[in-house]
Design a protein around this ligand. Sequence first.
Ligand code: BG6
Length: 490
Amino acid sequence: MAQLVPVETFDLVIFGGTGDLAMRKLLPALYHRDGDGQITPDSRIIAASRGELGRDEYLALVEEALRSNLADGEFDEATWRTFATRIHYAQADATEHDQWGQLVELLNGVADRVRVAYLATAPSLFGTIAQGLSQNQLITDASRIVLEKPLGRDLESAREINEAIGKCFAEHQIYRIDHYLGKETVQNLLALRFGNSLFEPLWRRSAIDNVQITVAEDLGVGGRVEFYDRVGALRDMVQNHLMQLVCLFAMEPPSSLDQNAVRDEKIKVLRSLKPISPAEVGTCTVRGRYTSGAIDDETVPGYIEELAGADSSTETFVAIKVEIENWRWSGVPFYIRTGKRLNRKHSEIVVQFQDVPHSIFPEQQFNVKPNMLRIRLQPDEGVQLSIMAKEPGPGGFDLRPVALDLSFAETFGVRYPDAYERLLMEVLRGNPALFMRRDEVEAAWEWVDGIIASWETSKQKVESYVAGTWGPSSSSLLLDRDGRAWNQED
Ligand code: BG6
């Protein structure tokens, strides 16, 4: 395990401190980092929220959340007692800036330490919270602000948020979260590409036939249905998580891991994405929505039933043929797909290499399969390379693909920290490399807005798929048209 160094003493204010994200992700992440000795005794985690709660009442909520959200055996009484001493509560309505007395009182007089405002709230409140911090003179030179996604719902609203935050904070103080960048296996993509000399010569159009990226979830939208219905899979997952995966996969080698070196390369990929016109959108994209079905032998309701029968044109599945117009990737399709209530939770990148140029195995020529590199992002993180091998035996010359398979869990034998553990520590250390820069967010929105506009112009329908499958049949057609198929294991 990499060496863990405590971060500088800090005050971290979580707006939305009683919300789902704080309880499910942020506090468990901080609990783990504290348990590993990375949080100094004087550091404070200040939950800010509308509710009139005393500190003890808030601590009771946190304890309950930790007990239910930590994995089995991870809750430890002694670690909790220490962690609880770091936690404070301040009543603060995001829009009533003159009533932030409790917060001001906690922060006044301690301006000499790292101060982070984490906005785990609806994006519509981002601007007003930044203003409140400014009006109450709570922004110092050592202040940072963290913005949770979604950052707007299109380019225009993202720009408005960026402008509003930019009035109070300098760009280097702004941390826009995409939690996929905090995932160990997503960072491993950098290790795979740039820590090995083996792959780089092959990482291009001359060797690769196509790239397939799948981020599949078995869960439905559940309690978030109202929020989700205004968003859909394209905005919720593609604009951020899948675009980041495409960027890290396709970017040119950065000169270092420096925050701007990597982000400068990612933005070039985003700017090279071929826009999808209304004429092409029907053959390059698929929209789907789940109907009721079975997952793990359990019957699950359809999306419209979860919406209590309301009418909706929102997609819970999207597949897109992405083209990157540059020298490295011209002519190599990136097929990406993501959806809710699919067969199982499963995210991976599959690289399909070119066919051999000429088969010397005439009788079995159709048996020579292209090599495949499968980068499993979650679960069972690892890398698998399939190569052709001869079946043992003195008879003919039969070939079959066999896999060189590496499971990270087996190799390293350690717990994989949640993405938020890494990201929170990076904010506290002042390293924005794993966060999205303003230009990245806006370039991704520009491309996604183009698809939404094309859907509207062409009136592209949302197709049904049964929960527990791999999406609508058009998803297979998307590749079939190009003479290809999804390379999935089952
Ligand atoms: C979030 C989306 O950003 O990512 C959710 O809003 C989605 O809809 C989640 O479920 C998936 O994250 P993970 O880490 O479980 O793959």
